[in-house]
Ligand binder design. Structure first.
Ligand SMILES: [Zn+2]
Length: 82
């Protein structure tokens, strides 16, 4: 189940911070260059991202298909079992 962050949070994408998305949601990244999508290690991103807005935090994502690191978009890739 892929979902737009804005559909979950009820804000525009540019307004959303990591803290707006509960920890049980699995995050994924979609590449701005080749559209490749895949889940990523949220805990690792949480440690690295000083700026909590998704649109800045995504600078730490690197596409595993084409290597692009810019303007990748974070989406909801799933939910951890509770
Ligand atoms: Zn790519």
């Amino acid at each position: 189940m892929d979902m737009e962050c804005s559909a979950l949070v009820g804000k525009a994408y540019y307004e959303i911070k990591l803290d707006d998305i509960a920890e049980w949601w699995i995050l994924g990244g979609q590449c701005a260059c080749c559209s490749h999508k895949g889940p990523f290690d949220r805990a690792r991103l949480e440690r690295r991202a000083q700026i909590r807005f998704l649109r800045f935090a995504s600078d730490f994502l690197r596409c595993t298909r084409c290597g692009n690191k810019h303007h990748n978009r974070i989406y909801i890739a799933g939910k951890l079992p509770r």
